[in-house]
Design a protein around this ligand. Structure first.
Ligand SMILES: Nc1nc2c(c(=O)[nH]1)N[C@H]1C(S)=C(S)[C@@H](COP(=O)(O)O)O[C@H]1N2
Ligand SMILES: [Mo]
Length: 204
């Protein structure tokens, strides 16, 4: 048997404690998004970081791909009630980006920007967790188009809608602001362990 680097067999033992309230485990990998899968041409693709940062950057695909990378195995939880355990992702740790751009002390939230104007907001302190990355590889293979090729955000500790597929940029902000699904009623924070599925409507 191959060396079980991430100890998946042992991790598989007590799965019930890893399923947040109201979630059901799936072995499949469902595809969910609004709109159609974008066709991405890497020759004119770029990745931008701007807003409350000392040094805004624009990276080409080659530059992004040459940044330090790591692999993590983690569980993901979709607000539509499926959870998938032990998914393996490789990509650029979010902290690598932070070191490059150096956020100002006033930066407290980040808006992730993706193709077709998809956005999602996440608190900066959540992104600073060491399981957050710009993922370009799933289970050892480049992301498939429907799962976000060439790059997606991965924020394992939030519902999966915060893990923006087809990621193109990060905007550092002083205050929170709803993204695409948050504007449609989903929770601003989205912690699966607190079942933060829907937010309080503004007319409440
Ligand atoms: N750009 C973009 N990213 C997105 C979405 C989307 O509509 N557009 N949907 C989110 C939602 S609701 C989920 S559950 C996950 C699904 O990711 P998957 O299709 O790889 O399972 O992507 C998230 N990222
Ligand atoms: Mo979702």
């Amino acid at each position: 048997m191959a060396f079980d680097f991430f100890n998946r067999e042992k991790r598989a033992g007590d799965t019930s404690s890893r399923i947040p309230p109201g979630q059901v485990e799936t072995k499949k990998f469902p595809v969910l998004h609004y709109g159609s899968v974008p066709r991405v041409d890497l020759t004119n693709w770029d990745f931008r970081v701007w807003g409350l940062v000392e040094k805004p950057i624009t990276l080409t695909w080659e530059q992004l791909e040459s940044l330090p990378r790591k692999t993590i195995v983690t569980d993901i939880h979709c607000v539509t009630r499926w959870s998938k355990l032990d998914t393996a992702w490789t990509g650029v740790p979010f902290r690598e980006v932070v070191e490059m751009v150096r956020p100002n002390p006033e930066a407290k939230y980040v808006m992730a920007h993706a193709e077709n104007n998809f956005t999602t907001n996440i608190p900066l302190d959540v992104l600073l967790d060491d399981d957050v990355m710009l993922a370009h590889t799933y289970d050892g293979q480049p992301l498939t188009p429907d799962h976000g090729y060439p790059l997606r955000l991965l924020v394992p500790k939030r519902y999966f809608w915060k893990s923006a597929k087809w990621l193109r940029g990060l905007e550092f902000m002083p205050a929170d602001k709803p993204g695409f699904w948050e504007d449609a009623g989903y929770h601003m924070n989205g912690d699966p362990w607190k079942e933060e599925r829907y937010g309080t409507p503004t007319w409440w």
